[in-house]
Design a binder for this molecule. Structure first.
Ligand code: FEO
Length: 402
């Protein structure tokens, strides 16, 4: 049975929610599910904005048929060819043989790659600034390369000032009956999921997000319709400001995140004492055991905090595997502009500190504190002063004095 959500008098959400997916893209846990958004405009022409993942195919086609109410589908605009949005495109083309596909040249190439279909005259290829009239609505197409794939484009409704933003401004999480962000408490209940989604999916491409912001700086935007998560119709400044922070690698919190890998608890013990010493100095601190908390969550938090301490044991002459994975992920996501400190452990040949420094030293704008701590199996009483020195240096830096 169809389950649609009305957005305005002639725009309706026709997507679906998946709460059974274990790993989004095979990489990210989605314990709260995920929504795949598609939108149908019923103007003089009917325009579908994107299709959906295979998982919600049945309800999507029921939604579409219901909302078309016997009308033919004139256009489908494809903003992004990742299969969580395009896996049902071929079936759509089969069911609606008259529909024309609005896309850019890169998307057209990817349609051929993914579906093996040659669209020929069915394709309406657009480029930056081209427009499409649906009747009372006119759409302008804005290319958004590498947010987060190279073919991505967005559509701007000149009539209602609505931006169809592809993956941008979306989040993990099923919609649970709501459709608008103002129906939820985003700051309390959803911000962590927005951040986890942005940092893992788009995080590497901050420069491209900033380029898009520059492109639309004089364009009034009153509503944002992303491909995942809620539609923004109020307080757009909230999500725009978060995207500005994240895409400029600006921390949200001045304080210290300690990410640690500890096989038998001794590295954890040193991390606990450091966190305690920081709190005694009035410094906000948080701790993550990278063997317990999924790496995508820790990575997301590394985008949030200003100061990062990585504490890891040495393993096979290298960095303990979970920490090594996290640091590689941070490097791959091109995190910038953080202050770092390192704690290593090794019962006979501690090496993880040097290796962690080398890895993180490849990133832009990193300040590495001189204070380090090298454990031989466990913390000795006479090393407490080194933890105090590290806490002092971090506290001074957090306060902006170092
Ligand atoms: Fe939601 Fe990049 O696909």
């Amino acid at each position: 049975m169809y389950c649609t959500k009305r957005i305005s008098n002639d725009l309706v959400w026709v997507g679906g929610n998946d709460r059974r997916l274990a790993m989004f893209e095979g990489a990210y846990q989605v314990p709260r599910g995920v929504s795949y958004n598609a939108y149908l405009l019923t103007d003089t022409e009917t325009v579908l904005f994107d299709t959906v993942d295979k998982a919600v195919e049945k309800v999507f086609f029921e939604n579409l048929e219901h909302e078309l109410a016997g009308r033919k589908l004139d256009y489908v605009v494809v903003h992004h060819m990742e299969p969580d949005h395009s896996a049902t495109l071929a079936e759509l083309l089969r069911r609606y043989p008259d529909v024309r596909v609005v896309c850019n040249a890169k998307i057209l190439g990817m349609i051929a790659q993914f579906t093996h279909l040659e669209l020929g005259e069915r394709a309406k290829v657009v480029k930056e600034g081209d427009t499409l009239s649906a009747g009372s609505h006119e759409f302008k197409f804005l290319m958004a390369p590498m947010i987060h794939w190279p073919e991505v484009m967005m559509s701007y409704d000149l009539t209602t000032k609505t931006l169809f933003s592809a993956d941008a401004f979306g989040t993990f999480g099923a919609l649970n009956g709501a459709i608008f962000a103002d129906e939820a408490d985003i700051d309390r209940d959803w911000l962590d999921e927005y951040r986890r989604y942005y940092t893992n999916i788009v995080g590497k491409y901050g420069a491209q997000v900033q380029a898009f912001f520059r492109k639309v700086k004089d364009t009034p935007i009153e509503m944002i319709c992303p491909l995942h998560g809620f539609v923004w119709r109020k307080d757009l400044g909230y999500v725009l400001e978060k995207y500005n922070l994240w895409s400029t690698y600006t921390p949200e919190v001045r304080g210290v995140l300690i990410a640690y890998a500890s096989v038998y608890g001794n590295t954890e013990n040193a991390a606990e004492i450091l966190a305690s010493r920081l709190r005694e100095r009035g410094v906000k601190a948080d701790m993550y055991d990278v063997s317990v908390t999924p790496g995508d969550e820790v990575l997301s938090q590394c985008f949030r905090w200003s100061h990062l301490v990585f504490a890891a044991t040495t393993y096979n002459n290298g960095i303990f595997i979970r920490m090594e994975e996290l640091l590689h992920d941070l490097v791959n996501h091109a995190l910038q502009n953080r202050t770092l400190a390192f704690v290593e452990n090794g019962s006979w040949a501690p090496a993880s500190g040097k290796l962690m420094r080398e890895l993180m030293g490849t990133l832009k704008g990193m300040t590495v504190l001189d204070e380090t701590l090298s454990l031989r199996s466990s913390l000795r009483e006479d090393q407490l002063s080194q933890i105090d020195a590290m806490a002092e240096a971090l506290a001074a830096s957090v306060a902006g004095q170092g």
